[in-house]
Design a protein. Sequence first.
Length: 151
Amino acid sequence: MRGGCFRVLRSLKHERAAQRSEEITAIFSRFVDAGKYVILRMGDSLRSGLRLNTLFIQWDDRGLNQQLEVGPAGPDVIDLLCTEMPSLDKESVGRYLKRYTLKGDLDSFAYTFPSEEPRMEVLALSFEELTAALLDGMPKSITSMAGFGES
């Protein structure tokens, strides 16, 4: 697999479960894009708690960013994902796992399933753009505590 391999895990421990369940939600070629993805997930959780539209919903409604190209995942990443998560069906992973590539920078890409497609917008955003989008519409009481409000 060309580029890095930065996996983002979703980890849950249910109330009565003896063990955590973990799943890979996305694999990024760059650490910085994996970081933006994690920030997006946390920020959208906060937006949802404040009853604001999440960026996921906004981006899903708008459709795929024109700066991104979608293609099939190669056999190397399919093997990697199936090795890391043996409960996955290799045929299904091969059918549904996609590669999202930033057209202007072919070294910036991620692998995930179509349910995560709106979140691949992070590939096309800077940290500043992501921060501005997450803060848009938030109450001043929150943005001022974070140091982003007007003085």
